[in-house]
Ligand binder design. Structure first.
Ligand code: FMN
Length: 415
């Protein structure tokens, strides 16, 4: 494993931990922030204390925990003003529905909300709550208000909740909050890999799922989080490349310093890819839907006593094959991803020949592997040279290694 880069060296984070189940993830967030060179001053809300202890927070942060607005020792120096002044970024994780409401309405009835009102620093919130709380019109209003006040958001993600339900409201993973923090204040773009192996190269990367509409409010999607594709974009940028990231709908942040284009459907993704060729390298890491709904409703489809709607599907454009067969504008290196639930290597070998690409990064996305939506990946590199299998690694590490492989292959002349 390579050492973690100190992408937040010297940055001061004021971390407010709200009262939600996801508070335990903030412990990991503190560890990761410090690994990257940031210092963390933690604030626990009264409800937050019900979920994590001040002792664990303080031990991980290497700093005392602030809990009380009316602390005599601290307030003699106007501690709440000083705390928010001495930060480069205020991070709220988990941001409860209640904290969002307090912040959106300018309340200042505890230390956390007073800090949020007393600051002129950037604020990043990572909401975490039950899906009905998240989708409630009151929370939607509060989020819109906070966004228009300039507050940044990381997530929430769709997923299984502690309450057993599934939907939006789950706090994004600590690594995704780190990405958002790096985007907000990081010196990420300045860190280049030794030798900048992709300097002067242009790379186009697709990432995330596509959404194929059923009607104006419903769509067909898949579980891709975009983490692997986004990590490759970041690693390629650090390797000196000019990166264009074309992302389907994801709940993770755009990588800092990377030109990111947001699309929804496979058709839109193809158009964006076409518009950004030529390039030296193309990486198709997105989980593009194979089919779209041919008879998507122009209005919301209503329930009917005669049963559910009969959806007709037609095949989506094959973006990878399109790029690999693009004639003169074909990138020197075309890399596809194969997400399979069985016969992973055999399918990848078949895809390599059929799609005329140079390298397939194959991964097993069966549910028990936890790759789709997860933070780790175990990949097989399938090319004309044979198959190389890597151990299970963090997606960031897979990305860093892949970038080195891309640089080597380009050096050897692509195909
Ligand atoms: C077991 C339990 C879990 C909770 N989880 C959440 C949660 O995930 N998100 C949330 O917004 N509120 C959650 N709440 C409610 C908050 O703790 C409550 O609204 C509290 O006032 C939030 O205070 P704070 O915003 O100052 O941290 C939970 C409450 C309990 C009892």
């Amino acid at each position: 494993m390579s050492a973690i880069e100190r992408s937040l060296d010297g940055k001061r984070i004021l971390l407010i931990i709200g009262g939600g189940i996801a508070a335990y993830k903030s412990l990991d967030l503190i560890r990761r922030l410090r690994e990257r060179g940031a210092s963390v001053r933690p604030v626990l809300t009264a409800a937050g204390k019900q979920f994590v202890t001040a002792l664990s927070v303080a031990s991980l942060a290497g700093a005392s925990v602030h809990e009380d607005l009316f602390s005599l020792t601290e307030e003699a120096d106007m501690g709440h003003i000083e705390l928010s002044r001495a930060a480069d970024l205020i991070v709220v994780a988990p941001a409860t529905a209640d904290l969002l409401a307090r912040a959106a309405n300018g309340l200042a009835n505890d230390l956390a909300s007073t800090l949020l009102l007393a600051t002129d620093k950037k604020v990043l919130m990572a909401p975490a709550m039950n899906l009905r709380m998240w989708l409630h019109p009151a929370t939607c209003r509060n989020v819109m208000q906070l966004q228009s006040d300039g507050v940044l958001f990381a997530g929430p993600a769709d997923g299984e909740m502690a309450c057993g339900e599934f939907g939006p409201g789950r706090m994004v993973e600590p690594i995704d909050i780190i990405e958002a923090i790096e985007s907000a204040i990081g010196s990420d773009t300045a860190i280049l890999l030794p030798g900048a192996p992709l300097a002067g190269r242009k790379i186009v990367i697709t990432s995330g799922p596509t959404h194929e509409p059923i009607d104006p409010v419903r769509y067909i999607a898949n579980r891709s989080s975009g983490r692997q594709g986004h990590a490759i974009a970041k690693a390629a940028m650090r390797a000196g490349a000019k990166v264009v990231l074309i992302s389907g709908p994801v709940s993770i942040s755009d990588p800092a310093g990377v030109e990111t284009i947001h699309v929804e459907t496979a058709q839109e993704m193809l158009e964006a890819v076409r518009a950004h060729l030529p390039a030296d390298i193309y990486v198709g890491a997105a989980a593009v839907a194979d089919w779209r709904v041919e008879n998507a409703g122009e209005q919301k489809i209503k329930k009917s006593p005669s049963g559910g709607p009969l959806l007709q599907f037609s095949e989506n454009p094959d973006i990878l094959a399109h790029v690999a067969k693009a004639g003169k504008s074909r990138p020197a290196l075309v890399v596809g991803f194969a997400a399979e639930t069985q016969n992973v290597i055999a399918y990848a070998q078949d895809k390599l020949g059929r799609k005329k690409c140079d390298l397939i990064v194959a991964n097993d996305v069966s549910a028990e592997m936890g790759v789709m939506g997860g933070t780790q990946n175990s990949v097989h590199l399938v090319s004309a040279l044979g198959v190389e299998s890597w151990d299970r690694l963090d997606k960031e590490e897979v990305a860093r290694r892949l970038v080195t492989v891309f640089a080597d292959l380009l050096e050897k002349g692509g195909r």
